[in-house]
Design a protein around this ligand. Structure first.
Ligand code: AMP
Length: 282
């Protein structure tokens, strides 16, 4: 695997691939890699000649200083994992390489997607995501880029950004990878205490029950039921639960047969914030 730490060298390498008509698949990450990340890379390997993975903990998308400072960094293990799935190119720039001295986000308009769910609780988060993903797309110029449905709102926002700016690449959404007990894989899971790790699968268990209830119950009834479930669970603090339409991400009050819905959840397990979602069928 080739490793690059600055834009110029990476671009030089990618230019050679491109001039040989090789297609480039790109997987942006913040490192501390797990099977969820690797599933994106495997998908990219299947569909492209060359796969580029970036590892960059983007400061402008964090609204919580401690979360940024304590974000797990496991670069040596990450490199081993990347090599195990035959990743072709790693791009792991410094903060200065990306932002120079001006570590701020650009402002984006994602037609309202940014004001729902995560946008209500993480101030400036999607401006930070938009800034870094656009910058990385401009550096790598991939044919396709792969994102997890684990961060479904992020996936929709990136698709919107690509559409609004007519960027010449395709965005591919990939399914959520889970631990055996159902907990959605996340780099932050390693920071859970033993007792929080033990209780965390409760989040997905609840989402699965929501999926069953969605066939026959009113949305307001389901919302109330979820809130009550978490009230009985002192180790987990529900930040939000909502059933939203997939396209607009607006919370739904009633079901319409021509629309697709998902249930979205954010929960604090101690200091660690976990998110998850599930596709619903009406
Ligand atoms: P992150 O390193 O957390 O920024 O994630 C990098 C990419 O991996 C994003 O597109 C995430 O949605 C995706 N990802 C993270 N966790 C999972 C998971 N459990 N299953 C599938 N994709 C994931």
């Amino acid at each position: 695997m080739k490793k690059f730490y600055n834009k110029k060298d990476l671009k030089g390498c990618l230019l050679k691939y491109k001039s040989n008509n090789k297609t480039i698949g790109f997987v942006p990450t913040m490192g501390a890699l797990h099977e969820g990340h690797l599933s994106l890379i495997k998908k990219a390997k299947e569909k492209n000649d060359v796969v580029v993975v970036s590892i960059f903990v983007n400061p402008t998308q964090f609204d919580n200083e401690e979360d940024l400072k304590k974000y797990p960094k496991t670069i040596e293990n990450d490199i081993k994992l990347l090599e195990s799935v035959s990743c072709d190119v790693l791009f792991s720039p410094s903060v200065e390489e990306i932002y120079a001295k001006n570590i701020v986000s650009k402002k984006f308009n994602f037609d309202g997607l940014e004001h729902q769910m995560e946008g209500k609780f993480r101030d400036g988060h999607f401006d930070g995501v938009g800034t870094i993903v656009k910058a990385l797309f401009e550096i790598v110029e991939p044919d396709k880029a792969y994102f997890g449905q684990k961060d479904f709102q992020q996936l929709q926002i990136i698709k919107k950004m690509v559409k609004k700016n007519n960027l010449p690449l395709k965005i591919k959404g990939c399914p959520i990878f889970r631990e055996k007990d159902g907990l959605a894989m996340s780099s932050r899971n390693t920071r859970l205490t033993e007792e929080h790790r033990e209780i965390a699968p409760f989040i997905f268990k609840t989402l699965k029950k929501v999926k069953k209830k969605f066939y026959k119950k009113e949305i307001s009834e389901i919302n109330e039921w979820v809130e009550n479930q978490f009230k009985k669970q002192p180790l987990l603090e529900l930040e939000y639960f909502t059933i939203a339409e997939e396209k607009t991400l607006e919370s739904a009050e009633t079901k319409e047969s021509n629309k697709k819905y998902r249930a979205f959840i954010a929960v604090f397990a101690g200091k660690i914030r976990l998110i998850d979602n599930i596709r619903l069928k009406n």
